[in-house]
Design a protein around this ligand. Structure first.
Ligand SMILES: C[S@@+](CC[C@H](N)C(=O)[O-])C[C@H]1O[C@@H](n2cnc3c(N)ncnc32)[C@H](O)[C@@H]1O
Length: 497
């Protein structure tokens, strides 16, 4: 069997993809009026799974579900299998194989994920992705397929063409990336958006740069063309899993059949891509014999739960509609005007890293907003503004609330997955939110040592010795403080109970 040498040689990062998390897919489907399976008892297939960096954390989070990944790169699959063995996971299998000729006996799936595949493979594989989704999705199954979108790539294609002109395909993928980095260093661009992208590419990971800008295939599609191909395979658009700055609201659609409403919605989505210059989509699809999905229904938020790591430097105004900002730890800034939403976000931010249900948050937010002069009600407008914020990915959705486990005082314990990840330098450490964390050497060492039986004082002594080995003097008190700060950070990041 062929393997893709570029992926063997320049493997993709082993990152978890929060937007493909089955619980997240289930709640997105719910907002669109579609009932998908419970992530805790689901069968999940990932096409083009690389080393399993996305599936493996899911498999530990949902021990009652089953995960199968398929990839054409033998090197990546073998690496993933070795990790699965080290982590002792029994509910996940990685297969070395071609999406276009899958084994017959895989069974059917509640979720099928294909991220970073569709736009980057030959047409027959693309067709196979859609055919597999239709053939192997259960009746209420949901497929996630990401692809590059024509509306945004019209612009970025210019950079790709410039870089391809300088490329030398006789070199190895890594040598080609190094050459391109040199070209990028000397590139000047007047157009603001192109200049921003070039700036980003100068620091982008080699695998991103190679697979997006130097690979043989990078085929963007218009939304209409994608939906049409899906329809030929008996699949229908369900919604978008990625962040968006606007969403489709259909007005005057009373009396339309579900099918006719769906058609109108698709037209509006396509127009939105042009308006937003969309460059990448994470599209969700369902079988065309299942319930016809509708645009998101804001009132359905009331049965969901939420999490967000946010803060605000503004002196928040809870009485008036004034635009103010909340930001994440990593610096994304989100505008908010609705006074009650501001109070809601304060309550949510205070609860982080817990996941809290809609009503509990309102029970905190409403008295707070009222105290400072809010006189409105919890109405449709509030749900709509909350949904807009959710759609920006300022808030994360969940099907169930999740409280922080009471930590065993003095006996810190990291998860078995985090310990295995931390021991494998090339693997990222992931948290309960299906995110990769940026940890330094000491953080990784501490994670591997937090086994639930070693007290904080003993960890501090071990750290002190380790620092001494590296020529750094620290007292017991200082080492204890460092260990405690790390543990607080891990807890804050959803890495330990
Ligand atoms: C850009 S990577 C994306 C990896 C992963 N899904 C992610 O997003 O991190 C594309 C993956 O698809 C795999 N792939 C490409 N063509 C394939 C095929 N015909 N069958 C199976 N896997 C394929 C590649 O080996 C590679 O691991």
């Amino acid at each position: 069997m062929n393997t893709l040498s570029s992926y063997d040689e320049l493997p993709y990062e082993r990152l978890p993809l929060p937007e493909t998390e089955p619980d997240f897919l289930a709640v997105l489907a719910w907002l669109h009026g579609f009932e998908a399976s419970d992530a805790r008892a689901a069968r999940v297939l990932e096409l083009g799974c690389a080393q399993g960096g996305n599936l493996i954390p899911m498999a530990t989070r949902y021990p009652g579900s089953e995960f199968i990944g398929v990839d054409l790169s033998r090197v990546q699959v073998e690496e993933g299998r070795a990790f699965i063995e080290r982590a002792g996971l029994g509910n996940i299998r990685l297969l070395h194989g071609d999406i276009a000729s899958l084994p017959e006996n895989l069974g059917t799936f509640d979720y099928i994920i294909a991220h970073g595949v569709y736009s980057w493979v030959p047409e027959f594989v693309r067709e196979a992705v859609l055919a597999v989704c239709r053939r192997l999705l259960k009746p209420q199954g949901v497929a996630y397929i990401s692809f590059n979108v024509e509306a945004g790539w019209k612009l970025y294609r210019q950079i790709r063409e410039m870089l391809l002109k300088q490329d030398d395909v006789s070199l190895s993928p890594m040598q080609r990336v190094m050459r391109v980095k040199e070209t990028l260093a000397g590139m000047q661009e007047a157009d603001e958006r192109l200049a921003k992208e070039i700036g980003y590419l100068k620091t982008a990971s080699p695998s991103y740069l190679f697979h997006e800008y130097l690979s043989d295939i990078n085929q963007p599609f218009s939304f209409e063309a994608f939906v049409e191909s899906a329809a030929r395979h008996g699949l229908r658009y369900l919604g978008e899993a990625g962040p968006r700055r606007a969403r489709v609201v259909l007005e005057n659609d009373w009396g339309l059949s579900a099918e006719a409403r769906h058609e109108r919605w698709l037209e509006a989505e396509a127009r939105l891509d042009e308006a937003l210059q969309t460059r990448f989509r994470r599209a969700l699809l369902v079988r065309d014999d299942a319930t016809v999905p509708s645009p998101q229904q804001p009132d359905r938020l009331a049965s969901l739960s939420f999490s967000a790591e946010l803060s605000s430097d503004d002196e928040l105004d809870f009485s008036e509609f004034t635009e103010q900002h909340f930001q994440t730890r990593t610096g994304e800034r989100y505008p908010v005007s609705h006074p009650l939403l501001k109070a809601y976000l304060v309550a949510l931010a205070g609860a982080w890293p817990e996941v809290v249900d809609y009503q509990t948050l309102l029970d905190h937010a409403l008295p707070l907003a009222r105290e400072y002069g809010f006189i409105g009600e919890v109405d449709e407008a509030f749900n709509e503004t909350l949904l807009d914020f959710v759609q920006l990915h300022g808030i994360r959705l969940h099907s169930q609330p999740r409280a922080l486990e009471d930590a065993e005082i003095g006996l810190p314990q990291s998860t078995p997955l985090a310990r295995t990840q931390a021991k494998s330098p090339e693997w990222p450490v992931t948290n309960v939110f299906h995110q990769a964390l940026d940890l330094d050497e000491w953080g990784r060492w501490l994670i591997t040592s937090m086994d639930g039986i070693t007290p904080v004082e003993a960890l501090a002594r071990l750290l002190e010795e380790k620092l001494m080995d590296s020529g750094i003097q620290s007292g017991q008190e200082q080492a204890t403080e460092v260990v405690e700060n790390y543990i607080a950070f891990f807890r804050q990041q959803g890495l330990v109970g």
